[in-house]
Ligand binder design. Sequence first.
Ligand code: 5GP
Length: 122
Amino acid sequence: MPWTYDPQNIFARILRGEIPNKTVVDTAHTLVFHDIRPHAPVHVLAIPKGPYVNLDHFAAEASAEEIVDFHRTVASVIADLGLREAGYRAITNAGLHGMQEVPHYHLHILGGRTLGRLVDPA
Ligand code: 5GP
């Protein structure tokens, strides 16, 4: 089944400059900005600028240049936000079971405190 991208999703609108954001880093293929409802002292979102719905879409169809740019940018943000030593969590949600709210691939990067268990066991 092919992936279907909704160009009206909120992150597409941020990328078009229709909605403001608090930018951390802006590169050729990647934008990193602060989450509007942070769940930790540090909570940023890394998104590719291309129209990818989720991780598996990005991993399957993005160019090597986009994939390298995205991950190198994530690495620099982790260093710049001071997360390397104490650690952090990187999460991506996909689809119904992942409870993805915004259908544009994004990696949550959280840190600044101990983050508890990965998944609610319930
Ligand atoms: P998801 O549940 O899709 O993995 O996470 C979507 C995230 O996007 C949530 O953490 C939510 O707070 C964040 N978010 C939703 N709308 C906006 C917005 O307009 N601006 C910013 N900066 N973050 C948003």
